[in-house]
Write a protein that binds this ligand. Structure first.
Ligand SMILES: *[C@@H]1O[C@H](CO)[C@@H](O)[C@H](O)[C@H]1NC(C)=O
Length: 462
């Protein structure tokens, strides 16, 4: 009956030793997979500036000078006996900048809280970015140490350059006023993957940097760290008096972070349940969906959509507008050519006929009018002559009848004369009608022809 309690005690003892022994437990709430799970990243971490996940890594800075990038855990690490391992790669920049570098932090203060207001007001402020004044505010806010606090409280593992431009690995503890620790010369900006292991115990920190399976540097520093700190990275692209935007500082990316708890208790708060990551290939704006500015963002999103649409319309209608403009230009050119051709044709016709067509028509018109007038005059004259003749014959007839003898002859003569006169009048009237008709016809034909030419002239055909 005494056996079971002994076994239980043994088991408990074994369990206890295993817990405090060599097998540390993973802290998934403080680790970042490679490539990063963006849902987890959005929930557990706070990213500002140039820090952003890509499909293959977590980019701290794409190599832009004068910009900061930070990523800090939103939740505290509940242990001061842990190990953080990460793979980092830094491609050298095209030119050197002052103050560039990056760091791993274990901050006693809530860094996300410190950075959220500063980033919104300054490093994410377009006007200040354009004016180049944002960094002054950061410095004023004490955020002048590669994107985080100069007077920090906690651990800082820096990959920076000293005043002489010598690259260093510096492991310092900061108490909020001054910092102290160890450092060694090390430059990892060669584009190769470096594996960094930071072993934090309650009274010391040891940083080991390896590349290609070889240890490149080890720095140990004694310091007393409390549990409840916030881990993260920060990065600054560096400054220069003036530079071409094409000049790049180092491109820094982190390819996975793993945090292990060496202490017995839980190293972190329980992870909130996180929706499974969106299937590959499907795009999802996780940062947008989880942001505290979501509503504001929805509104700006609508404005952005509208702007995009207008931009699209302007851009898309540009070819049509250009085409229309080209067509109109071509058309007016063609009209000008046609006008020119007709002008030439008119000149050619004038030259060939030896006349000016307009003047010619005026002359024809005048001639027709003259013809009409002359015909009219002639007819009048002829009518008058006939009337005279008639009255003469009447007179003779009267004298003759008073004389007696020849009256009968004269009567018949007068009668025949009257008949001739009638005939003549009839003929004259017929002729007059015909000539009037002919003249009218000619005038109408001439006028319509003239009118046609006038029309052509108005249309600039001639
Ligand atoms: C730290 O600050 C961030 C941002 O203000 C906040 O979301 C988070 O809850 C804070 N964490 C703790 C442990 O207070």
């Amino acid at each position: 009956m005494g056996c079971p309690p002994v076994a239980l005690v043994l088991l408990l003892l074994m369990g206890g030793t295993a817990r405090t022994g060599a097998a540390p437990s993973a802290l998934p709430g403080h680790s970042i997979a490679n490539p990063p799970d963006i849902n987890l990243l959005a929930k557990m971490w706070q990213l500002t500036g140039t820090a952003m996940p890509s499909h293959s890594s977590l980019i701290l800075t794409p190599g832009v000078a004068d910009r900061v990038g930070t990523i800090f855990s939103r939740s505290a690490l509940k242990t001061n006996d842990f190990e953080a391992q990460f793979t980092i790669s830094a491609k050298p920049g095209i030119s050197s900048f002052r103050g560039d570098g990056f760091a791993f932090w274990y901050s006693e203060e809530n860094a996300s809280d410190l950075l959220s207001a500063a980033s919104t007001k300054h490093s994410h402020n377009q006007d200040e970015l354009i004016a180049g004044t944002w960094y002054n505010h950061y410095v004023k806010l004490d955020l002048g140490e590669v994107g985080y606090k100069t007077h920090y409280k906690g651990l800082g593992v820096f990959f920076v350059k000293d005043e002489q431009g010598q690259s260093l690995l510096r492991v310092h503890y900061g108490d909020g006023e001054k910092t102290a620790g160890q450092q060694t010369a090390l430059d990892i900006r060669n584009g190769e993957d470096h594996s960094v292991k930071i072993r934090v115990t309650p009274d010391s920190v040891t940083v080991t940097v390896e590349s290609r399976g070889e240890t490149r540097a080890t720095v140990s520093s004694a310091m007393t760290l409390k549990s409840g700190g916030f881990i993260g990275f920060s990065c600054f692209g560096g400054t220069k008096e003036s530079y071409n935007p094409k000049e790049r500082s180092a491109f820094v990316e982190i390819k996975g972070l793993q945090v292990l708890n060496h202490a017995a208790g839980p190293g972190e708060d329980e992870m909130p349940s996180i929706a499974p990551a969106a299937p590959q290939g499907e795009k999802e704006d996780v940062l947008g969906a989880h942001s505290s500015f979501k509503e504001h963002r929805d509104e700006s999103e609508a404005i952005k959509d509208l702007t995009n649409m207008i931009f699209k319309l302007v851009i898309e209608s540009k070819p049509q507008r250009e085409q229309m403009k080209a067509s109109i230009t071509a058309l007016s050119k063609r009209v000008a050519t046609v006008e020119e051709t007709f002008r030439n044709l008119k000149a050619e016709i004038d030259k060939k006929t030896g006349h000016n067509l307009g003047a010619e028509f005026d002359a024809i018109k005048k001639e027709l009018a003259d013809m009409h007038a002359t015909a009219h005059r002639d007819t009048d004259r002829r009518g008058k002559k006939l009337a005279d003749l008639h009255s003469d014959i009447e007179h003779v007839h009267k004298t003759a009848s008073s004389g007696g003898d020849i009256s009968g002859d004269l009567d018949s003569l007068s009668k025949s004369n009257e008949q001739v006169l009638d005939q003549l009048t009839n003929q004259h009237q017929r002729m007059f009608g015909v000539s009037i008709f002919a003249i009218a016809f000619i005038i109408i034909a001439g006028l319509s022809l003239y009118n046609k030419f006038r029309c052509w002239e108005k249309k600039h055909v001639l």
